[in-house]
Design a protein around this ligand. Structure first.
Ligand SMILES: [Zn+2]
Length: 249
């Protein structure tokens, strides 16, 4: 593995544009439970129908009560970015990494200090007003829900909605366009902690691999292993720091 890591590190140093795509696998080591599979949030613990956009529209008070419960399950106290999030933030600061595209809504990349961040499914750490479009930090709004304000309202009278793509909602058109452009223009693309089976995460690495280097880092098989130049079956918190020390002197 060391030879392959050295070789990938050399490619990253030479590349004009490096982009990373991350999925749930980068946040699991921080203590955030996976969405699906054993012990997953959806199915085992929560019913996706309760978090559908139609539920939010029909019953925003009930939605927010359930949403708070979901938040407490997803974010037990003390959750922090891990060394894999930190490694990506460092790679950006060092001028190696151009952007992080993430499937995650946990806000941990932003917390780790990543600046250019494309959040495909939004961020649970923000809320957006359904009427005026204003955005706010989610924490204080969640506290108001905890204190009985269900649903929570913006100053304009509109209802706050978590700034995430709910079931039944489309991904943001501009967000998607940004992610595609980054993938197309990248010389090297790192797909990290994602099974790469759900769109758009399934097609972004394939787009990048057409005329760039694709490296996949994931514990399990992914949908893009066949088109990747490098496949590392590894824990992201072990591999990314090792990659970082080879890229940055
Ligand atoms: Zn408003």
């Amino acid at each position: 593995m060391t030879d392959r890591l050295d070789s990938l590190a050399a490619e990253l140093r030479d590349a004009d544009s490096v982009v990373a795509l991350t999925g749930a696998g980068i946040s699991v080591p921080s203590g955030i439970p996976p969405f699906r599979g054993d012990g997953g949030i959806w199915g085992d613990q929560f019913d996706p129908a309760a978090f559908h956009i139609s539920r939010f529209e029909r019953d925003p008070a009930g939605f927010w009560t359930d949403r708070l419960e979901l938040h407490d399950a997803m974010r037990p106290s003390g959750i922090e970015p891990n060394i894999a999030h930190d490694a990506l933030a460092t790679l950006e600061r060092e001028g190696v990494l151009d952007a992080v595209v993430t499937q995650n809504t946990d806000g941990l990349h932003a917390e780790a200090g990543t600046q250019r961040l494309v959040e495909l499914h939004g961020s649970a750490e923000r809320v957006v007003c359904r009427r005026c479009g204003e955005q706010e930090t989610a924490g204080p709004v969640r506290e108001r829900v905890r204190d009985g304000e269900t649903p929570p309202h913006c100053d304009c009278g509109g209802v706050w909605k978590p700034d995430v793509v709910l079931f039944g909602e489309q991904l943001g058109r501009e967000t998607l366009a940004d992610a595609r452009e980054l993938a197309e223009e990248s010389d090297a693309f790192l797909a990290i902690g994602s099974s790469l089976q759900v769109e758009p995460a399934a097609s972004l690495p394939r787009t990048a691999a057409r005329d760039g280097t694709l490296a996949v880092v994931n514990l399990d098989k992914t949908g893009s292993d066949g088109v990747a130049d490098y496949v590392f079956r590894a824990d992201v918190t072990e591999l990314l720091p090792r990659l970082l020390e080879r890229v940055v002197d």
